[in-house]
Design a protein around this ligand. Sequence first.
Ligand SMILES: C[C@@](CO)(OP(=O)(O)O)[C@H](O)COP(=O)(O)OP(=O)(O)OC[C@H]1O[C@@H](n2ccc(N)nc2=O)[C@H](O)[C@@H]1O
Ligand SMILES: Nc1ncnc2c1ncn2[C@@H]1O[C@H](COP(=O)(O)OP(=O)(O)O)[C@@H](O)[C@H]1O
Length: 300
Amino acid sequence: MASVTHSDSGSSALDRFPATSEGWRSFPAPAKLNLFLHVIGRRADGYHLLQSVFQLVDLQDTIELRVRGDNQIEHYNPLPGVDPEDDLTVRAARLLQSHANITAGVDIRVTKRIPMGGGMGGGSSDAATVLLALNQLWGVNLSRQALMTLGLKLGADVPFFIFGRNAFVEGVGEIMTAHDTPETWFAVLHPQVHVSTPAIFKDERLTRDTPSITMRDLNVAATRNDLQPVALSQQPRIAESLKWLSQFGPARMTGSGSCVFTICASQSEADRVVSLVPEEMTGFVARSLQKHELSEFAEQ
Ligand SMILES: C[C@@](CO)(OP(=O)(O)O)[C@H](O)COP(=O)(O)OP(=O)(O)OC[C@H]1O[C@@H](n2ccc(N)nc2=O)[C@H](O)[C@@H]1O
Ligand SMILES: Nc1ncnc2c1ncn2[C@@H]1O[C@H](COP(=O)(O)OP(=O)(O)O)[C@@H](O)[C@H]1O
């Protein structure tokens, strides 16, 4: 185990994220879209075997961190409805602290922009950013693979954000193959409903036997989101958003919902779609990213 003090200096990876006079550094936590999501089986422990392409997008939360000399972990601005001890940022910091026997602590502030429970991986991305940033700030220097294994304990989407590149994802979310995707603009609708991921996976109507595909044969047009029919039946407002967005092109849900998206030919087309969104819905434009900005915070 690393013997660590808060070595918040001398690391070139941190230079792009300078500290304020009060010692805070700001780090991005990008969202993801699932370009498709197939459920191909179920493990003995009930977790589902998935195949999906995960796409990083430029909608981001901001995580501010300030290393402490004592071992306390303090969340400065808890999210409404989330106990600070349940917040994935706090859980990520505690997990790394105990895993690596760290004697330092950290103060945490989160600025939320990614819709919660929207299937865009916000909580998982926040956790991944904390793991990546503290890997540097606390001088832990875990490898990318070790951080991904640790991150999986927090949630199935966390390893992807630590991997840091668009990927064909398999297993329960831990098997990753880099998959380059074209520069794309997305129009995204948030139906303002929260979908419970466990409730979707538990639903007996869920398709769990989609045939496995290989990345080489991947034809995104021939794919789907197997969680979508169940989410639509649980939350009719998702169906309304999907119907509205489908006027502009093929639209589908991301993850376990509730956000839905369509691919646009250009930024101006995405802007146009979002400008037409009716008042009772919320829409935004998202641009594809090729890489997580913190990807060099863990060694290969
Ligand atoms: C469906 C996906 C696809 O990206 O995303 P989201 O919509 O949540 O972003 C993920 O696999 C979700 O990941 P995440 O939100 O981290 O889920 P977790 O906290 O790990 O799991 C919540 C619950 O969902 C079920 N679950 C999750 C993942 C999986 N492969 N099989 C499952 O059966 C389990 O019942 C688990 O207890
Ligand atoms: N930092 C966090 N950001 C968002 N949600 C969090 C966070 N920490 C814990 N959660 C919990 O995780 C739930 C799902 O979060 P989120 O990642 O936003 O959705 P999804 O898994 O659909 O992408 C939230 O409703 C909330 O209770």
